[in-house]
Design a protein around this ligand. Structure first.
Ligand SMILES: Cc1ncc(COP(=O)(O)O)c(C=O)c1O
Ligand SMILES: N[C@@H](CCCC[NH3+])C(=O)O
Length: 461
């Protein structure tokens, strides 16, 4: 993850921003790395996605709204399926899930990873074949597990000794994988790294828990061990973490065949592939990722003298992240004079940390543009903030916007498909915005905007 850099250069009267942020040549340009495939600025200055003018979309559906480019989502899903053609690709629904998206995922030939009972409900309601569902979670309850087993989910990714006991108690036949902790420090924000020793997920390879879990599952009646599972974290660009993890997990996979005489048929390498939130990020495309990951596994299996297991991966962010932009309306603009004569432009929009917590939670960087017009005004560094009762309610930490940004302008933030709606809240009794799919000039509301009646529905007086 790129995080906001410390060390500000304050020129008299102007803010220079973080060192990587450069004034754009054209403040109206949409950088193709950051925007979904069909996004463009039309001749009259407005931004269109999926052939739909965002001004028209907001006029009909109100602001703020998440706009999901269906063609882009499907193209990214297909790109993973095609690049990883010998693998099973599980779309990680935690990034964003609703019934339409679950259907698209299945139509594009992907499987689905769910990590809660709620996600399972959405997947089943969408008609996803349960055999194509992988069920995750570090604290699956007995009723949740019983439901998953009875629904016929294809695999449960076991994450604790208690879970193994619960599955045995439930009875029946169930295929499982064992989530192991490979002990690597993934290069990402500490809250979304999941393969170092001191965290809650998986069984440690180093301390022997993974081996014990393997033995326990092997001895458990009704459970079939498909293989090991490793997920090292999220928003990762550097393949060295995957490499070290694959080496350690394959060594364990090898030990299972040597000591228990069992060749595990599968191996899951998890998700975590990074996307570009700003022009600083340089993500690999699925074809590059497939080549790199296959090479790592091939090399390791050759060194160990073992056949390659059937592989699976679980990308979430890299499929849905770039397919969505959030569109807000500017309510106020404040020029705040700072020490040293610098002035920061605060642009307040009608959403904020309730629809995108990632900036506040991880120091995530985003970019944005004015979406309702082209501007010839000089670029100035602005901070886009929300309307919540919190100083850290920042949507875009720093971006060059035209100096004439004003109330009534629309601000569109690209790259908000992953972990924005799915982590949205009702903080300050905000109403979660709708997800509106756009395609070929048409719109479809996939999730409607919440209403105040929704808020009051849980208030028992
Ligand atoms: C087990 C597992 N698989 C897949 C993912 C998806 O990760 P990402 O959205 O970064 O691809 C996650 C989230 O980090 C996860 O915990
Ligand atoms: N919520 C995190 C990713 C967590 C992935 C789930 N294991 C993010 O926004 O980056």
């Amino acid at each position: 993850m790129t995080t906001h850099e410390a060390g500000w250069a304050h020129a008299a009267g102007a803010l220079a921003g973080p060192s990587w942020l450069r004034p754009p040549e054209d403040v109206n340009a949409l950088h193709p790395l950051l925007w979904s495939g069909t996004a463009r600025r039309a001749d009259d200055g407005g931004v269109e996605v999926g052939g739909v003018d965002l001004r028209d979309l907001l006029a009909e559906h109100n602001s703020p709204a998440y706009v999901l480019d269906e063609a882009d989502f499907r193209a990214r899903a297909r790109a993973f399926r095609d690049a990883f053609k010998d693998y099973d690709v599980f779309y990680a629904g935690k990034a964003f899930l609703c019934t339409s998206v679950a259907r698209w995922v299945q139509e594009e030939g992907l499987n689905l990873d769910v990590c809660s009972s709620g996600e399972l409900t959405v997947a089943l309601r969408a008609g996803v074949d349960p055999k194509r569902i992988g069920y995750h979670g570090n604290n699956k309850t007995y009723p949740e597990l019983r439901r998953a087993v009875h629904a016929g989910v294809g695999r449960i990714i076991v994450d604790s000794f208690q879970e193994i006991d619960r599955l045995v108690e439930i009875g029946g036949e169930q295929a499982v994988m064992i989530r192991v902790t490979a002990g690597v420090e993934a290069h990402t924000h500490e809250y979304i790294a999941t393969a170092h020793e001191d965290q809650k997920f998986g069984f440690s390879i180093t301390n022997g828990d993974a081996w014990q879990a393997i033995q326990k599952v092997q001895e458990a009646e009704g459970l079939t061990l498909l293989g090991l599972h490793s997920h090292i974290g999220s928003q990762i660009f550097d393949s060295s973490g995957f490499e070290v993890a694959a080496r350690r997990v394959l060594a364990l996979h090898h030990r299972v065949s040597e000591e228990l005489g069992v060749t595990l048929p599968e191996l899951d390498l998890g998700g975590g592939f990074g996307i570009a939130y700003t022009t600083q990020d340089d993500p690999s495309d699925p074809a590059q990722l497939a080549t790199e990951m296959s090479k790592i596994v091939e090399h390791e299996c050759r060194a160990l003298g073992i056949p390659e297991p059937h592989l699976s991966i679980e990308p979430g962010r890299a499929i849905v992240g770039p397919s969505v932009c959030t569109v807000y309306t500017v309510g106020t603009v404040k020029q705040v004079a700072l020490d040293g004569g610098a002035v920061r432009t605060y642009v307040s929009v009608d959403g904020g940390m309730s629809d995108n917590i990632r900036t506040a939670l991880y120091g995530a960087d985003y970019s944005c543009t004015i979406a309702n017009r082209r501007s010839e005004a000089p670029p100035t560094i602005a901070r886009v903030v929300g309307k919540h009762c919190e100083a850290g309610d920042i949507v875009v930490m720093d971006e060059f916007l035209p100096a004439d940004v004003q109330p009534g302008d629309l601000i569109a933030v690209p790259g908000t498909g992953a972990y924005c709606r799915s982590m949205a809240s009702n903080y300050n009794h905000a109403l979660r915005p709708p997800i509106i799919a756009v395609r070929d000039g048409g719109t479809q509301v996939l999730l409607r905007r919440e209403t105040e009646d929704d808020l009051l529905a849980t208030d028992m007086g």
